[in-house]
Write a protein that binds this ligand. Structure first.
Ligand SMILES: [Zn+2]
Length: 174
């Protein structure tokens, strides 16, 4: 958390802000509240067009499968970041996008917004950010995603939600 004003560099003080009902960092020089900054990122459950396979990746030299993810650029909306990150990291073109779930991830001070997307092809051209990747069946993906990770939480939430959905079940059986 920044203790100094991002505009003038003055030391911030805590001041009660009635409409928030709590203390917010305040710059006495600028006479303005300075809400704490955080990062925003997107992560994606990437599926083939038939929604029968899920793409998982390994990254940062770690031997565990996670979801494709990346930070949202300043001025960019989340949906644009989803398509851009998927294309940059995997060479795949997003054909549909559906919001799944979001969660604030305190260790990196990041709001993670998760989407489920389909892509037009299964032919991955991974960039240097990806160590390895693999398409898994739905059940394999559920089993292979890094245990205890936020990626696992998002994936399981998405799959469990769809298990209750008859349309999804029918689609899986086709
Ligand atoms: Zn200031």
């Amino acid at each position: 958390m920044g203790e100094y004003c991002s505009t003038c560099g003055s030391r911030l003080e805590e001041r009660y802000l009635e409409k928030e009902g709590r203390k917010i960092p305040y710059c006495p020089t600028c006479e303005a509240y300075r809400f704490p900054l955080y990062n925003a990122a997107v992560s994606m459950v990437v599926m083939n067009e038939e929604r029968s396979k899920i793409l998982l990746i390994k990254q940062y030299g770690r031997d565990r499968y996670i979801l494709v993810a990346g930070y949202i650029n300043q001025g960019e909306n989340a949906e644009t970041a989803v398509a851009r990150e998927v294309l940059e990291e995997t060479g795949l073109t997003v054909s549909s996008i559906e919001f799944n779930k979001s969660e604030f991830y305190a260790p990196s001070n990041t709001l993670m917004i998760n989407f489920a997307v389909t892509v037009t092809s299964e032919c991955v051209h991974a960039n240097e950010e990806i160590d390895s990747y693999q398409w898994f069946s739905i059940e394999e993906a559920r089993a292979r995603i890094a245990s205890g990770s936020l990626a696992e939480k998002f994936l399981i939430q998405y799959l469990d939600k769809n298990d209750k959905d008859e349309t999804w079940k029918r689609r899986k059986l086709e």
